[in-house]
Design a protein around this ligand. Sequence first.
Ligand code: NAD
Length: 414
Amino acid sequence: MAVSNPYQRFIKNLKDAMEALELPKPERKLLLEPQHEFNKDVSITKDDGTTTKFHAFRVQYNNARGPYKGGIRFHPAADKDEVKALAALMAIKTAVVGIPFGGAKGGVQVDPKTLSTRELEELSRAYIRAFVDHLGPDTDVPAPDVNTTPQIMAWMRDEYEKLTKTYAPAMITGKPLSNDGSRGRDTATARGGFFILEAVIKDQKLKAKNLCVAIQGFGNAGGTMARFLYEAGYTVVAVSDSHGGVYAKDGLDIPEVEKQKEKTGRISGKNLKGAKDVTNEELMELPCDILIPAALDNVITADNAKKIKAKLILEIANGPTTPEADEILGKRKITVIPDVLANSGGVTVSYFEWSQGKSGEQWTDEQVDSELKLVILTAYKDVRREVHRRKIPYRQAAFIVGVQRLVEAMKQSS
Ligand code: NAD
């Protein structure tokens, strides 16, 4: 039976890991539900003078390993189950990567494109007013997520500091550099994914210049990943955004694609040498060695998993693969590097930003890069050890590493 609800999908992966670890029943129960779920309606005054309400959420999944940590997304489809699933994934992710945070997530059911800048600022501040009692540098530390930006983080910090009458640069991460942000935060997710990809292909004794890559999503994570791969000599054959994508058998000139996207807001094959337009669905099934979903969840399903030609999938997006697709890909011996490992560079540099906020230090680009590499590659090796020891896929191995660390921390704190 297909598992369609994102939280049920998480629970399936969690239960598999708990089974493999032979956890006793009382420990299993502790991880099946979040520690706290807060839902509130927040109101703003629109530019035309009317008042509008939005559903807002903050889910705190687990804090046994440190303060709750997780982004806030502004999206019309944000709902309780999605936010719960993302909060739970954060708890696993911070444990896999070994940083001293728990897992949380927030969301507002809104299409931010329908708001003016002033309305967006009011909504951001209203979110903090609604949940201020549950947030704080040592309690719960939010960050950007889909459709929330460094500017929004700066407004949220300001509102928090006003309400609590404190100086609190470490209450939120993903802030602009001029507002106590960290160097390297904007490229961290792609950077971390790139380090892992390089380690995987080295393990598989492959060479970058012989490998073709298709990437879905050309935003912060996918666009930056495309540039890193292009610069490192990979052949990036396809990229896409929400309007569709382009494919060039011999490789795309990524700086040209960036220029086009900046100029027209779209990606089109018309003015790119050797390229043709493809749909987002077609992109997933193109001939390539590596497929990188870097946009939406639920894009690799039982329907297209049989047709995917890549031998390696690097999940930069959160939750792109359904459990049914996972099973098919496993049978087809396609390696899937799961989101909780592949995109953990973002939260790792968020941790560096939080530490800098607490100590008042400012790290250099080189410092951020070398610390990130160390943290990410240690996590990769920990997960790979379980893959080899238990002969299981990377997702299962990552969940086993994460759940084991969470349970150990819960035992120490109980
Ligand atoms: P973003 O908003 O910067 O970019 C998203 C990209 O996806 C855009 O290019 C957009 O056009 C494209 N897109 C939207 N709808 C699409 C559709 N229907 N089909 C194909 N493409 C579509 O977001 P981002 O920060 O790059 O995040 C992308 C994914 O990576 C999300 O799943 C997010 O949760 C995950 N992620 C991001 C970070 C980070 O630090 N940015 C960290 C961890 C995970």
